[in-house]
Design a protein around this ligand. Sequence first.
Ligand SMILES: [Zn+2]
Length: 402
Amino acid sequence: MRWDRATIAGVSAIPEHGGDRFASSTATLLRAALRHGPLSRRALSRLVGMSGAAVTRHTAVLLEIGLLQEKQSELHGRAGRPHVPLAVNPQACSVIGIHLAHEFGTIAVADLCGQIIDQRRIPYQGTDPAAIVDAVAAKAAEWVRPSTRAVGVATGGWVDVDAGSLVAHPSLGWQSVPLRDLVARHIPLPVYVDNHTRGLMHAEELFGDVDPDESVLYLFVGNVVDAAVRTGRAVHRGPRSGAGAIAHLPVGDPDIGCASGHRGCFEATVSDQAWAHRVAATSFWDLLAAAKAGDATARALFVERARIVGRAAALLFDLVNPDLLIVAELGAADIPECLDAIRTEVGERSVVCSAPERSVRAGGVPTSHILGSSAASVALAEVYSDPLGALADAASHRLGRN
Ligand SMILES: [Zn+2]
């Protein structure tokens, strides 16, 4: 089946009027099936508070366009059609994620359930940001399949979602890079861009165990540091999507200067490579390997960094007062003492966090996929917010109408 707007508008169950409400209801049902499926129509109806007739009408469309599929039921033969469980069809749609890090880009393909099917690192050539993004996008174009519906581009720093551009990535030294246009030149599909920590927030909420009604503060610590905040079922971005810039929080070592001329900044103190070179005169990856192999000195250095991360986390916790604080940091992912250290700092310094062992946890996205997953989730969040619109947009782009 082809997915231009006319085809989707022609699906018999879509009303001519009230399209926004229809889009919102199909999105709600698809997300419920993703999170709780396989589920019968009757169970879906109870779960989302929609009438049985409305669930039947909306799921008919999602089945017709393939995003939902009927699963074999143990109730088969005994029950009628309302009992046939429905689940998201992971193969119905895939997206490409492009993550831009220090030194390399990551291209990933993810299915509709957020599983990374394939990923690859592309080392950067040269130093011109536009040329680097152009080269990575050209490689990504080779990965477009018939099922590919969208591209997500993610990176650290300040990413303006509406403008589709990277405003500034201070530690890379990039400014005003038109990410969306550079990628769209190579790939005739909708291209969505965002900060990678907001991408990870989407991944946790869509494919992890974050309750959609919970407020969440997400803290990312790598070669950059960023934060994302989710309240009221939405990720907060603010004007020009500038929210989450925490690089210059003065919680770091006062002896360390940052590129902006301050002292004691968070990112300058804890960012992966700079920190490893300073504390151990080695690469971050060698220090992490030593810590994971049980080297006591390396582990102690990771715990020391985690305490600084915990200081920033406590401060941000009191600002947001979230139900949940998620920390994505390679120490916290692999070394239990690091997460303990972050929880201890939050417990001691935060005024409002009463149970850090419950409300502070490590990121749920596997570290081997974290960069590709952040980028793919930027695109998948768009698909799940308006499934029919996203498929129609993909078809329009392929036909050259955008
Ligand atoms: Zn600074």
